[in-house]
Design a protein around this ligand. Structure first.
Ligand SMILES: Nc1nc2c(ncn2[C@@H]2O[C@H](COP(=O)(O)OP(=O)(O)OP(=O)(O)O)[C@@H](O)[C@H]2O)c(=O)[nH]1
Length: 444
């Protein structure tokens, strides 16, 4: 049973808040029997999803498929609408149901998806059925930008994915640069549950679609997606969405969750409202960085439109706090970590990592179709480092065979063994150069 009601004194060294900022009402104590809780427990699945990444090359239909499954549009910013591309991580939740009329409602039509505020046991909408449907999955789509200059944002999203949908448009040769690069990124994150969606089949003849499917199979051979199903869809016409729902239910196992450890949230978006570490960072006259964690009381918890009384691991959760909005506005807290006071991992400024360079440069088109070889890391070289959802610069202090020591431009709150990706600046953009990286020792 977990039970916790923080006292004001636990937050007394708040850097941004004073006592008056806290809401005056008493927070109710929530009692939860964590020993019997699973991701499929009614009170969990009804409110909280697990995270499904949407990855793939620019304009291959990632946002459109999210809309087709969830009925929620993830493109939410004016400048994204104007340029018709995803720039920030998008998100939308969906509930997937299966009709309980096993005989009269054949697959895959018995699988349906709706917005996440749908009741848990609605009637089947198939004409003449009228049976109840059972809520079988609740997913949170993390919609990644596919543009080649937004790889760092994609890597931030990859840090929270449990599995991924790889979108590949059928009307372009496979693979396109970010098809390869995104697949490599989720491989580094050790995601091994992937469903490939061959999109835009409405633009293709059947023979063309079959030949394209073969090119997809050849591309994923030897990768983590080798045995992934390839589902032909038209996201725009909502064609075959029931089959996608079925694959999400039958091919992606429910992620293992730890319901008893101290809570730790990775921040991937922050708005005006929310112990966050590293917190506020300042430099002294010698250039040394100091970090002052932020403390606040949680004033609300939501999973999209669902109000939560408690939050368990999984899916995207929005946490309302009383932190000074100017510290949270415009995603300023991306990459920081939120948890119970005193339980968060250390803050590090240097990493020692074991690494494997990618053999070939992914994510760029080379004129003669040959991919350039990735050259070794060089001492003093400046790289882009992604750890969890943190994204910062890193200078190579030393490299020795498969070991590198990297000094971070901004400190990161993380733990030993966390997955790290390193990208190098190539033709003005950051490209992934290191795969299967973990750091095993570091200086704080
Ligand atoms: N014909 C057809 N067009 C589609 C389909 N799916 C998406 N599109 C169109 O393809 C364009 C790009 O779709 P998006 O969903 O924005 O692509 P995206 O992968 O999310 O794009 P980025 O996030 O910017 O990488 C839009 O004009 C869509 O209407 C489809 O199944 N068929």
């Amino acid at each position: 049973m977990s039970r916790h009601r923080p006292s004001r004194s636990e937050y007394s060294d708040s850097s941004s808040d004073n006592e008056d900022d806290y809401p005056s009402e008493i927070t109710p104590t929530i009692e939860v029997d964590t020993s019997s809780l699973t991701p499929l427990s009614a009170q969990v699945i009804s409110k909280q999803p697990f995270c499904l990444g949407n990855i793939g090359h620019v304009a291959h239909g990632k946002s459109t498929i999210v809309k087709a499954i969830s009925s929620v549009s993830t493109v939410r910013f004016q400048h994204e609408r104007v340029r018709a591309i995803t720039i920030k991580l998008g998100y939308a939740n969906a509930k997937i149901y299966k009709c309980e009329n096993e005989v009269g409602c054949p697959r895959p039509g018995c699988y349906r998806s709706y917005r996440s505020d749908k009741e848990d046991s609605p009637r089947c909408e198939r004409s003449g059925c009228n049976s109840r449907m059972k809520l079988v999955r609740h997913v949170s789509f993390v919609d990644c930008p596919g543009h080649n200059i937004l790889m760092a944002t994609m890597l931030t999203g990859a840090a929270v994915m449990d599995a991924a949908l790889l979108l590949i448009a059928g009307n372009e040769p496979c693979p396109q640069p970010q098809t390869s690069e995104h697949l490599a990124a989720v491989e580094i994150m050790e995601l091994d549950h992937i469903i490939i969606l061959q999109n835009k089949v409405d633009l293709m003849e059947k023979a063309q679609a079959l030949a394209h499917q073969e090119s997809i199979s050849a591309f994923v051979k030897g990768t983590v997606a080798e045995s992934a199903p390839i589902v032909p869809v038209s996201a725009q016409l909502k064609h075959n969405i029931d089959a996608v729902n079925e694959y999400i239910v039958t091919r992606i196992p429910i992620p293992m969750r730890d319901f008893v450890s101290a809570p730790r949230l990775i921040i991937i978006r922050s708005f005006d409202h929310i112990e966050i570490r590293p917190g506020v960072m300042t430099k002294d006259s010698t250039g040394r960085t100091h970090c002052k964690p932020l403390f606040s009381r949680i004033v609300s918890l939501h999973a999209e439109a669902n109000t939560l009384q408690f939050a368990v691991p999984g899916g995207l959760i929005s946490v309302g706090t009383s932190i000074d909005p100017t510290l949270c506005i415009a995603d300023r807290l991306i990459g920081q970590v939120l948890g119970s006071v005193g339980t968060l991992p250390q803050i590090y400024t240097e990493l020692e990592i074991s690494l494997f360079l990618l053999q070939r440069l992914l994510g760029v088109k080379i004129a003669d179709q040959k991919q350039a070889k990735v050259t070794k890391l060089r001492q003093t070289e400046l790289l882009l480092v992604n750890i969890g959802s943190a994204c910062t610069g890193g200078r190579v202090l030393s490299v020795n065979a498969n070991l590198a020591r990297i000094q971070l431009t901004s400190p990161a709150c993380t733990k030993i063994g966390e997955k790290v990706t390193l990208s190098r600046r190539i033709e003005k953009h950051w490209r992934l150069v290191v795969g299967r990286t973990k750091f095993f020792a570091l200086d704080s």
